[in-house]
Write a protein that binds this ligand. Structure first.
Ligand SMILES: Cc1ncc(COP(=O)(O)O)c(C=O)c1O
Length: 415
């Protein structure tokens, strides 16, 4: 979508004297001017605390903050009372692990997840399993990211209390069959938590359609600032949950020895929230809705399909994840057999191309793929084919540069 590039000021900057080619969107996205302006407008015109002031500024920000909650709710087909603002996906998942899971997971229970989870959707469940005497089980998967649904016949039991899985792998780009898994999990009475950090920014997501009980995602991966994220909880489940943190705003009545809790979802937002971030997230949601999430998805399918074809030109390079663009998002992880990903990433940076290299906070998946690190290029709405061309052509140069052989770079001569 060439025409929207002008909305993103950072895309016109240079890196090391070259135009920036930003392909690290799975880590964080760039921000359109409308989002940046919403932040400065908030601090220049409205700054006050929410839910507590009788003065005009306080009322203005409360209205805008709650409007943002409604926008986020509409974006994922949820009721506003099921939307809790958090710092991001990590905090959202930890919230569920410290509240719902502590109260509902007993010794002998089982939590089912996958080997391709981001550490944010693995470590909280390792902790719960250890603390509660429960066990953590894994749905087997192929190295391409296909989950073995037939294994669910034996893995899902009456003891399964929670299925926690990613909607889109941040390494493989693989989109998981959440709907089918949720249906089968619910048949056994288990709840379903979806890590939507990579899916909500890129594909149309509707919590009613997915039929999940929890959905976590981060604003900063979908055009909004850092430090704001969302936990959706199905209201019937939320009503049963004890508060996560205790303090201001979340209590209704407080005595010296006890307290009662405020309405949902404020009960789960103790203390002063990230007001500017929430309002700016609302603006980011407006931006995405104006584009249309179907269009966002279609654009990324086209770009990813093109990139997958061009990646085949790279010698000795393995590309991970599904080949079918219907089953993957715009994330391409790759490895060269002879050149370390960090060398490739550093070479690319010298040409202004930003990709991510490393284990992507998915170390168990690296082990499954039998690599210690991968390079990862990830796309968003403002990326274009010319950037894919530059990526592939620069990778070709990097591979030539680092491949042992006759010296190709002339030494400077001493005159
Ligand atoms: C799939 C997935 N889950 C969770 C996270 C954690 O998100 P955050 O750091 O915004 O909390 C990420 C971030 O990269 C991710 O890709």
């Amino acid at each position: 979508m060439v025409s929207i590039r002008k909305d993103f000021p950072i895309l016109s900057r240079q890196v090391r004297g070259k135009p920036l080619v930003y392909l690290d969107n799975a880590a964080t996205s760039q921000k359109p001017r409308a989002v940046i302006q919403a932040l400065s407008e908030y601090y220049e015109q409205h700054n006050a605390n929410v839910h507590r002031a009788v003065h005009t500024l306080g009322q203005e920000v409360t209205e805008r903050y709650e409007e943002a909650r409604q926008k986020v709710a509409d974006f994922i087909g949820a009721p506003a009372e099921g939307i809790i603002f958090t710092r991001g996906t990590t905090e959202a998942i930890n919230l569920v692990s410290y509240t719902w899971a502590e109260a509902n997971i007993s010794p002998g229970d089982e939590i089912l997840t996958t080997p391709m989870e981001h550490h944010s959707n693995l470590l909280p469940w390792q902790r719960v399993a250890q603390a509660r005497g429960a066990s953590l089980k894994f749905i087997p998967m192929s190295p391409q990211g296909t989950l073995s649904l037939s294994a669910l016949d034996t893995l899902l039991t009456e003891r399964t209390k929670l299925v926690a899985l990613t909607h889109m792998s941040n390494v493989l780009g693989a989109i998981t069959p959440v709907k089918e898994i949720a249906r089968r999990a619910h048949e056994k009475g288990a709840l379903v938590l979806v890590d939507g950090a990579q899916s909500v920014p890129h594909i149309p997501v509707d919590v009613k359609d997915l039929d999940c009980d929890f959905l976590a995602f981060s604003g900063h991966k979908m055009l909004a600032p850092t430090g704001i994220g969302v936990l959706y909880v199905r209201p019937q489940v939320l009503e049963t949950m004890e508060p996560f943190q205790l303090g201001g705003e979340m209590a209704r009545e407080v005595w010296l020895d006890r307290a009662t809790w405020n309405d949902l979802p404020i009960r789960f937002e103790a203390g002063t929230p990230n007001i500017a971030g929430a309002i700016a997230l609302g603006v980011a949601v407006d931006y995405l809705r104006n584009l249309g999430m179907e269009r966002v998805r279609e654009h990324e399918i086209q770009l990813t399909g093109y990139a997958l074809v061009r990646f085949q030109e790279l010698p000795n390079t393995e590309v991970f994840g599904p080949w079918d663009t219907q089953q993957r998002g715009g994330i391409i992880s790759f490895c060269h057999t002879g050149v370390h990903s960090h060398d490739l990433g550093t070479f690319l940076d010298h040409e202004g191309v930003a990709i991510r290299v490393g284990h992507h906070c998915a170390m168990p998946l690296m082990e499954l793929l039998k690599v210690s690190a991968t390079g990862r290029a990830s796309f968003y709405i403002y990326n274009i084919k010319a950037e894919v061309d530059l990526l592939v052509e620069t990778l070709q140069k990097a591979i030539r540069y680092f491949t042992p052989g006759p010296r190709r770079v002339a030494r400077p001569t001493n005159s």
